[in-house]
Design a binder for this molecule. Structure first.
Ligand code: 13P
Length: 264
């Protein structure tokens, strides 16, 4: 059975002084041991968030990592620097693809860097609006999967149990517009098929949790978790609001209990 995961991507919000109290408030509002909870604050807030979350069961993630281990890369953060601060790391978010021109090739190498450094990557994929309107959404995402697996040397599936994939249609991010649950589920199926086509076993492709991201709120989460192919959410704007996170994680806990009961 795949875990249910709710990950918070705070993006470029919060400061070292307000991040800890916000993280603590979210942890207190989302006490659900069956749901894997992860908060990804900005780098400079990792330490206070880590401290605030000690003993709560909520994990900490970074929003990015540099592809190289160390060296002359002014302003960058390498995986080894995150040791003791973060256990997870978002990789390939569409805002970085857009603003920092990250390619699938780079994303694949960053995935490999995370995995060999002990960070669990939340690997983001997703199509643009024009690609969906042209009927190419699944082809685009399948190609994203293929290129990153190839570049990262991840086609043998050896790391399948450490990877989480987030399907985030770019047109749904920060727009208040969500995909339909059925479309997200179809994409999760396409992603698992692409993993298999590129070398993973069926069992490995079935093991990887796939999250939905894009304008998720406590009101919309249910539509996604109703889909057996979807295993949680990567939440942006709503993840800065403890009340919203309480509703999202409560719904996720219901799903986790139902899936456990169904699995016997
Ligand atoms: P929003 O939930 O604000 O649309 O952001 C989604 C996202 O990009 C999470 O990584």
């Amino acid at each position: 059975m795949r875990p249910i995961i709710i990950a918070a991507n705070w993006k470029m919000n919060t400061t070292p002084s307000d991040a800890g109290p916000l993280a603590a408030a979210i942890a207190a509002a989302t006490d659900a041991p069956d749901v894997v909870r992860v908060i990804c604050p900005p780098y400079v807030c990792l330490a206070p968030v880590r401290e605030a979350l000690a003993g709560t069961g909520v994990a900490v993630g970074a929003q990015n990592v540099h592809v190289m281990a160390a060296g002359a890369f002014t302003g960058e953060i390498g995986a080894a620097m995150l040791a003791g601060l973060a256990d997870w790391c978002i990789v390939g978010h569409s805002e970085r693809r857009r603003d920092q021109h990250e390619t699938d090739e780079l994303v694949g190498r960053k995935l490999a860097r995370c995995l060999e450094s002990g960070l669990r990557p939340i690997w983001c994929v997703g199509e643009q609006l024009d690609e969906r309107e042209a009927g190419r959404a699944e082809a685009v995402v399948r190609e994203q999967v293929r290129e990153a697996l190839t570049a990262g040397g991840l086609a043998d599936g050896a790391w399948s149990s450490s990877i989480v994939i987030a399907y985030e249609p770019v047109w749904a991010i920060g727009t208040g517009r969500t995909a339909r649950g059925s479309d997200a589920a179809a994409m999760a199926g396409a992603i698992r098929a692409a993993l298999e086509e590129n070398g993973w076993s069926h069992a490995q492709a079935e093991t990887v949790p796939i999250l939905y991201g894009g304008s998720v709120t406590s009101a919309s989460i249910g539509e996604f978790l109703a889909e057996p192919a979807i295993d949680g959410a990567l939440v942006g704007g709503a993840s800065l609001k403890p009340d919203e996170m309480a509703g999202i994680v409560a719904r996720a806990a219901t799903t986790a209990a139902a899936r456990r009961a169904a699995a016997g």
